[in-house]
Design a protein around this ligand. Structure first.
Ligand code: NAD
Length: 734
């Protein structure tokens, strides 16, 4: 038998070493071929009388990232194919059998009568960690990079190869549920503390220690295969169980608002599974897994958050034919809130940074931000003091523009003022020249207009970061009318170097993300004016799947900024561009009440120096009207939030601001947390179907005004039964 994805050897004591080492890949992943090989090797260990037991490890730098999600994606289309050809029942059977294949293989490993140990040498996630969980012993390398975990929930799935059952039998139920719901990546010491692994040892020793364990435990079996096994939290139906399950239900609803079928399935799997012997429990898990794998939430999340993200991260939009940029040193002008954040992520990525501000004090203040962030990492055990010293040594803070000499890229993050930006561009280009790519972090000023100051507008581009820069994973790259391919390639190379996900959009007021997020916040302003209670506005948005309510979000970005944007829109586009009631509300907040948001401790919320924020009681008076909450249709509020952002995205698509549905979707999720279970703004429309979406949008337009009116393009899609992704696929094939 040949197993191209695994090496196999047996030592003199009869202990087999199974080394997972897939050819041509930097990381092991569970593909159909790898699963087949593993299956064969387990049979071999079980059947060969000369083999006492086995150690599974990896020949790569890390263990494995888990299952190939495109394989799971493929299963859904296989279902549709079989259903069409041989009927729904047959399709269901085939799908169920395939979706539980891995679970059965792992159970075979666990119950074959011979001991298996996992020697985990690095990252071990998802289906790979489920393999380790099925082994009778787990030892992890004591390395900074080693992590174990079951992150399936992050793409709308759950661990369906025994993960829910084994974790729930290793840990107290509340901890197990939390681990499965959160999908955290655990460091070795934490995993040991939680009882998920048995030991942690220096990387060079784990295989030998795993082998020694196998030799000393030839009769090993899983704890749950012992008839006397008791789960850590006892029986489900017991006084202790009754303390756990009612709140578990409540927590699920609080955290998910029932938007994530996978989270609900985890709860059901653990609740039902803990009442059954392991084999039946695994069958229960498999049934839920097959159901969730076919859910539209899983399909949308896998597509956007795994497949599309991977493609964009790897440079799907990078112009072919431009050689990779050799980025060593970047200049950042403006060491304020954003510039300081960009300096930190660039220096963290190993780049030399020249951080410029108007005077030494301001530049140093920007650098101090990096010191604070890396010190926080040290306090959390995620970095060492040597990392801090090296990071800070890479940042040269100065008011002297001459220090920009030798920079491979310049990022500008000075005040949002055309004059200040133009002056900074000129001063920088006097030093570096016009060939060095120049990127502006403007959030509102059209790139083409800023590029006019540049020596060569083709080398001028927008790279719009989101705050806080160290946490927000998106960078919106903006093409001015004259921006050339080298500028785009360099910007994308920079974004990749600092490990953010890029979307590439065309120039316009607000670009893409801010247009959608503004629509979301404006809807909340309109609701306030209508008299919807503020708490209801915030809750309805969270129920719709948004992580932060629109009023809280507005406070974060600044209510004064909303005021400035309103005024600029009125000046540039005329008074009809703004809703007078919304304008009056924001004027009262900003001009009369001086409520600017979190920055001055008062916005839609009050921010006491100590204690938690709470909605400002004065809002009722400013709104002037109060509806009885019981008369308000909550579903309509939820729809208004999702539809207004999706409609704006569709407009951006028609105007050619965003040109790829993958970018619109990821931009919305990573840029402002748009209901991830939908897969993003355009996936929401595709998922509902353009026809249903248009019908609902028209109904909302009749009640809430023309901002909900679907565009002609959407109506045409509805009439032709088209989807954004279907059209993109056709275009790519043409
Ligand atoms: P900020 O006021 O915190 O920082 C601006 C910095 O630029 C200040 O430190 C200032 O001293 C410095 N500066 C001004 N003129 C300068 C000059 N000629 N040379 C060198 N330094 C100079 O502002 P910010 O929030 O960091 O915003 C910076 C840019 O980023 C703006 O264009 C803004 O629109 C954009 N932006 C902001 C956010 C946000 O959430 N704050 C998000 C995305 C983009």
């Amino acid at each position: 038998m040949t197993t191209p994805n695994f090496r196999f050897e047996v030592d003199a004591d009869g202990v087999a070493l199974i080394v997972w080492d897939m050819p041509g890949r930097s990381m092991n992943v569970l593909t159909p071929e790898a699963i087949e090989d593993l299956d064969g090797l387990i049979d071999k260990v079980a059947a060969d009388a000369a083999i006492q037991g086995a150690v599974v490890t990896s020949g790569k730098e890390t263990f494995s990232g888990g299952a190939d999600l495109t394989m799971l994606q493929g299963m859904a289309s296989e279902y549709a194919r079989v259903a069409k050809a041989e009927g729904e029942e047959k399709a269901m059977r085939v799908f169920f059998d395939r979706s539980r294949q891995l679970s059965l293989i792992y159970r075979k490993l666990e119950s074959c009568g011979k001991p298996f140990a996992a020697a985990i040498n690095g990252v071990c996630m998802g289906g790979a960690f489920e393999l380790a969980l099925a082994c009778h012993y787990r030892i992890v390398a004591d390395s900074d990079k080693a992590r174990v975990g079951l992150p399936e929930i992050k793409v709308g799935l759950f661990p369906g190869a025994g993960g829910t059952q084994r974790v729930a039998r290793l840990m107290p139920t509340p901890d197990a549920l939390q681990m499965l719901f959160r999908g955290d990546q655990l460091k070795p010491a934490a995993a040991k503390r939680m009882g998920l692994v048995h030991d942690v040892a220096p990387a060079g020793e784990i295989v030998a220690r795993a082998k020694a364990w196998v030799k000393a435990n030839l009769n090993a079996k899983a704890p749950w295969d012992d008839p006397k096994f008791k789960a850590p939290s006892g029986k489900v139906f017991s006084p202790a169980g009754m303390m756990i399950w009612p709140p578990a239900n409540a927590i699920l609803r609080r955290e998910t608002y029932d938007n994530y079928p996978a989270a609900k399935a985890i709860l059901a799997c653990v609740f039902e599974g803990l009442q059954l012997p392991i084999d039946l429990a695994l069958a229960v898990e498999s049934r839920y897994f097959a159901k969730i794998l076919r859910s539209k939430e899983a399909a949308a999340m896998i597509r956007s958050l795994f497949v599309s993200k991977g493609e964009l991260d790897k440079g799907a939009r990078r112009p072919a034919g431009v050689a990779p940029t050799n980025l060593r040193k970047v200049g950042i002008i403006g060491a304020g809130f954003m510039g300081a954040g960009v300096a930190y992520v660039a220096a963290s990525a190993g780049l030399e940074v020249v951080l410029i501000d108007r005077d030494q004090e301001a530049a140093d203040k920007g650098k101090a931000h990096s010191e604070k962030l890396i010190s926080n990492q040290i306090a959390k055990g995620r970095a060492k003091s040597a990392d801090r010293d090296a990071l800070l040594a890479r940042i040269h803070a100065t008011p002297d523009y001459a220090a920009l000499k030798g920079c491979d890229l310049v990022v500008e993050a000075v005040f949002e003022d055309r004059g200040v930006k133009n002056e900074a561009t000129k001063k920088a280009q006097a030093v570096v020249g016009g060939e060095v790519i120049f990127a502006s972090n403007t959030s509102t000023l059209p790139i083409a207009s800023l590029a006019e100051t540049a020596e060569k507008p083709e080398n001028f581009i927008g790279v719009h970061f989101f705050s806080p820069v160290d946490k927000m994973m998106l960078a919106e790259v903006i093409m001015g009318a004259k921006t050339g391919p080298r500028a785009l390639a360099t910007a994308l190379d920079f974004v990749r170097a600092i490990k953010k996900t890029p979307i590439v959009v065309n120039d316009c007021r607000g670009f893409f993300v801010n247009r959608c997020v503004t629509a979301y916040m404006v809807e909340a302003h309109k609701m306030l004016v209508e008299g919807v209670p503020p708490a209801m506005i915030e809750n309805a948005a969270r129920m719709a799947g948004m992580p932060v309510g629109p009023l809280a979000l507005n406070d974060e970005v600044g209510v004064d900024l909303s005021w400035k944007i309103l005024q600029a829109a009125k000046k540039d586009l005329g008074p009809q561009a703004v809703d007078p009631q919304q304008e009056a509300l924001i004027e009262a907040m900003v001009v009369r009440e001086q409520r600017f948001g979190r920055k001055n401790g008062k916005g839609f919320y009050d921010y006491p120096a100590s204690g938690t924020k709470s909605l400002w009681p004065g809002l009722a008076e400013i709104a002037g009207k109060a509806l009885d909450a019981d008369t308000i249709d909550v579903q309509e509020l939820k729809d208004r939030f999702l539809y207004t952002a999706a409609l704006e995205a569709a407009r951006c698509f028609e105007e050619g601001i965003v040109t790829d549905p993958r970018e619109a979707d990821l931009g919305s999720i990573l840029g402002f947390g748009f209901a991830p279970f939908t897969g993003g703004v355009l996936s929401l429309i595709d998922g509902l179907g353009a026809k249903a979406f248009v019908a609902r949008a028209e109904a909302l337009a009749a009640r809430h005004g023309p901002s909900f009116a679907p565009s002609e393009g959407l109506k045409a899609m509805a009439a032709n039964g088209e989807t954004f992704y279907g059209r993109a696929a056709k275009k790519a094939a043409a």
